[in-house]
Design a protein around this ligand. Structure first.
Ligand SMILES: NC(=O)c1ccc[n+]([C@@H]2O[C@H](COP(=O)([O-])OP(=O)(O)OC[C@H]3O[C@@H](n4cnc5c(N)ncnc54)[C@H](O)[C@@H]3O)[C@@H](O)[C@H]2O)c1
Length: 346
């Protein structure tokens, strides 16, 4: 297949690009290269004959039209977004522009391209979204594809809006779409402003490891390479107009997660004291959702997909990757906003 991947220089998009090339697909990686992007994420495949990079903004309709006309993809995998909840609290405007207007522009460009080719049934617009659109769970229950939307942060509200637009373009114009909503990802090339890299890098630097509130918020952690595998399954086998929840079957409180990372570091790079001694509780994020959990029944029964690693195995690989790849993360720590507390301007 020839895939147009938006946001392919980001964390998850780059995992999709790397795996798609390994699987024999051709990939056009479309990315604006914002503060969150890093072309080193795709360095492993950037010389491959099946790989092309184009720098473009998903809000730029003329650029999208010419990229689609030039490259003629069989499917679009749309991951480009502003993705950091804390940044959305301090500056929601960019999230509205990129996640809502950008998705609208992508949909209109995709529609014109698809209609211009005679509306082929096998074209796909795959919209990649988050479980955060469903809001916050209590101690029990799980998000299914039928859970009502209840976004609570500017980030999740902008993603929820984009999901609604994608469904509307399917119902109204017949655009052949498929959607997926997934839980928190972690793994190699995770930008160093997100929780798991912050924990690893602060621990290695002997700095306090910040935990929001009491650390009792629960997330369902998914290893990024498992997510890439799920996304490539959904784009190829997902039913038209259907959405799929993707989870790691790995629920943990933030405090337990941080303690697990510290324990892995204690084994791999022992310090003078246990790394968990660096844990420091800080003021909670405003509107911090209590619990997310994914019911993965649909993707597992209909598409035969399941995660391949447990949280313990994934964290072990992730910690080892950060230990081995200082040359990747060190320069990123100098980027604007990294290493400072964001999301306090509510
Ligand atoms: N990270 C997670 O845990 C998670 C979980 C569920 C869903 N998602 C979704 O997956 C997608 C990718 O997330 P991520 O964590 O890889 O994000 P990321 O922030 O690491 O990467 C986003 C990429 O999109 C690009 N981009 C941003 N604005 C753009 C624009 N206007 N035009 C073109 N490119 C632009 C950036 O340059 C960057 O390379 C997002 O849609 C996000 O909502 C993420």
């Amino acid at each position: 297949m020839k895939l147009l991947v938006t946001g392919g220089a980001g964390f998850i998009g780059s995992a999709v690009v790397r795996q798609a090339i390994r699987d024999g697909h051709a990939v056009v990686n479309l990315d604006k290269l914002t503060y969150a992007a890093c072309l080193e994420n795709v360095a492993d495949v950037s010389d491959h004959a099946n790989y092309t990079f184009v720098q473009a903004d998903i809000c730029d309709r003329a650029a999208l039209d010419s990229i689609l006309a030039d490259h003629q993809p069989d499917a679009i995998m749309h991951l480009a977004a502003e993705s950091h909840v804390d940044r959305s609290i301090d500056g929601p405007g960019e999230f509205i522009i990129t996640n809502i207007n950008g998705t609208y522009t992508m949909l209109e460009a995709a529609r014109a391209y698809w209609e211009g080719r005679g509306k082929p049934d096998d074209f796909r617009f795959h919209h990649i979204s988050t479980d955060e659109v469903f809001g916050s769970l209590g101690k029990t229950g799980m998000f299914t594809e039928d859970t009502s939307y209840d976004p609570r942060s500017p980030y999740s509200a902008s993603k929820a809006s984009s999901d609604h637009l994608v469904r509307a373009w399917h119902e109204t114009y017949g655009l052949p779409v498929v959607l997926s909503n997934c839980s928190n990802n972690y793994g190699p090339y995770h930008f160093p402003e997100k929780l798991i890299p912050v924990v690893i890098l602060n621990a290695l630097a002997g700095k306090p490891i910040p935990i929001y509130g009491a650390g009792d918020n629960i997330r369902d952690w998914l290893y990024v390479e498992d997510h890439a595998d799920a996304l490539l399954t959904v784009v190829q086998k997902g039913a038209l107009g259907r959405s799929y929840n993707i989870g790691g079957e790995n629920e943990a409180t933030n405090l337990d997660l941080v303690r697990m990372i510290c324990a892995v570091l204690d084994t791999k790079k022992p310090g003078t004291a246990p790394y968990a001694d660096l844990i420091t509780f800080v003021t909670d994020r405003p509107g911090h959702d209590a619990r997310y959990a994914i019911d993965p029944q649909r993707i597992s029964t209909e598409l035969g997909w399941r995660p391949s690693v447990t949280l313990e195995q994934g964290l072990e690989k992730t910690v080892q990757w950060y230990l081995d790849n200082e040359a990747w993360w060190k320069p990123l720590q100098a980027r604007d906003g990294v290493g400072v507390r964001l999301g306090t301007k509510a």
